[in-house]
Design a protein around this ligand. Structure first.
Ligand code: FES
Length: 126
C-alpha cells in the first residue's frame, strides 16, 4: 500500500507565508550577567520590555496576527545595549527610556516606519 505525498512544489506553496504569523515581532534582550559584566538587564531592559508589552496591549495591538512582544537572552550586540530587534524587517534598536519605547511602538510596531534615530549602528556587536 502506498500513500501519495504532495510534490515538493506543492508543499512549498502550501507553507509559503503570504503574510507573517505576526505583523511585527519585537524581541528584547533581558540577559543578566551575574559576573558584573555589562548586560542589558543592568540598563533597564526589563522595565522597557514591561512598558512595551503594556503599551501594545493598551493600544489593542496584541491580538493574533498583530504585534508580539517577547523576551530574549543575549542577542550578542551587548555594546549597544539595551537592545531590541523588530521582525520581519530585522531592525535593531538601542533605546534609553520609555519615551524611546513609545516611539518604537507608535512609529514602527503600529505604523511600519522604523525610528531611524534609535537604530543600533551596524558595527556594534558584543
Ligand atoms: S546582554 Fe543584551 S545583547 Fe548581550
Amino acid at each position: 500500500m502506498s500513500e501519495s505525498k504532495p510534490a515538493p512544489s506543492d508543499a512549498v506553496q502550501s507553507t509559503s507565508p503570504a503574510k507573517p504569523y505576526y505583523e511585527r515581532h519585537i524581541f528584547f534582550c533581558l540577559n543578566e550577567r551575574k559576573s558584573g559584566e555589562a548586560c542589558c538587564s543592568q540598563q533597564g531592559a526589563q522595565a522597557a520590555f514591561d512598558h512595551c508589552k503594556a503599551r501594545i496591549k493598551s493600544l489593542g495591538l496584541s491580538a493574533p496576527g498583530q504585534v508580539r512582544v517577547n523576551k530574549a537572552g543575549c542577542l550578542d550586540r551587548c555594546a549597544g545595549g539595551p537592545v531590541a530587534v523588530v521582525y520581519p524587517e530585522g531592525t535593531w534598536y538601542s533605546f534609553v527610556d520609555n519615551a524611546d519605547i513609545d516611539e518604537i511602538v507608535e512609529s514602527h510596531l503600529k505604523n511600519g516606519q522604523p525610528v531611524t534615530r534609535l537604530i543600533t549602528p551596524p558595527e556594534v556587536g558584543r
